[in-house]
Unconditional design. Sequence first.
Length: 281
Amino acid sequence: MSYQPTQRIASRRNVLAGLGILGVSALAGCSSVTVAATSPSPRDENSSDSSEASPSSSSSSSSETSASPSPTSESTEDFAKYIKTMEPKFEDSPNYKPATKDTPPQNPPKPVLDPKYKEKTLEGAYQAALFAVATIDYMSDGGDESIYDQVIVSEDKKMQETKANNTMRRDPTRWAVGYKNTYDVRKMVVLLEDTPPAVLFHCISKNPDFTIISKKDGETKEQKVAAKERSVRLVMVYLDGNWRLISNSYCQEKYPKIYAQGASGEKTSPESASTSSSGPV
């Protein structure tokens, strides 16, 4: 499936967390807005709920004829500004020390949660998504994992696994050097009138080459990890007064209508369809 300029698209979102490697995806949403991206067309694949990144690629090329998009509220009229690389905000942390081969990271900067995440708007969903992806790296650098609870659902087991897996990386004998995850939003779906309201951000997540350091019994081991790109679906739902990130399995269990709409909408419009390709998670 192409990720070039797209229309009326639904996708999935699931969180995959392992030491130094994160993938996010879960299924939600049908389409009601048009989005466009001018960046090159990366490769797509299926996503699954897991606490480990397990590739499962597929190839497809499809087209869909549909009516003109009808934004669900005025807040969706400027949606094009969200088709870009996510740029989370962080508090100042003058005592922050990045990881080196000799020492783990210390005093990582804390992600900033914009108060707009409580608004039932596209901007509110975006601010919550920014905070969610930033918190993963914050936890992996030794940050307080409790802040993640502000934008997840306590009964969502897969999201709790993500939290636990990243918390374990606070082990002072094991850490990552040179790791940074980025998210490029390529398309999205806005469902502000659904129950619950939902917004899907379909991203390409990237990390550079990095090294995992393990120190035990006076011995230091280094494990090189290659750069990777993966398909990431961030599904945000508005629950209990603010936007929250949910997993694919939780969405299917609790919101089957949204799940089904997302599955049936996994198509591009004729003008955006292109030769298919497959790639890594």
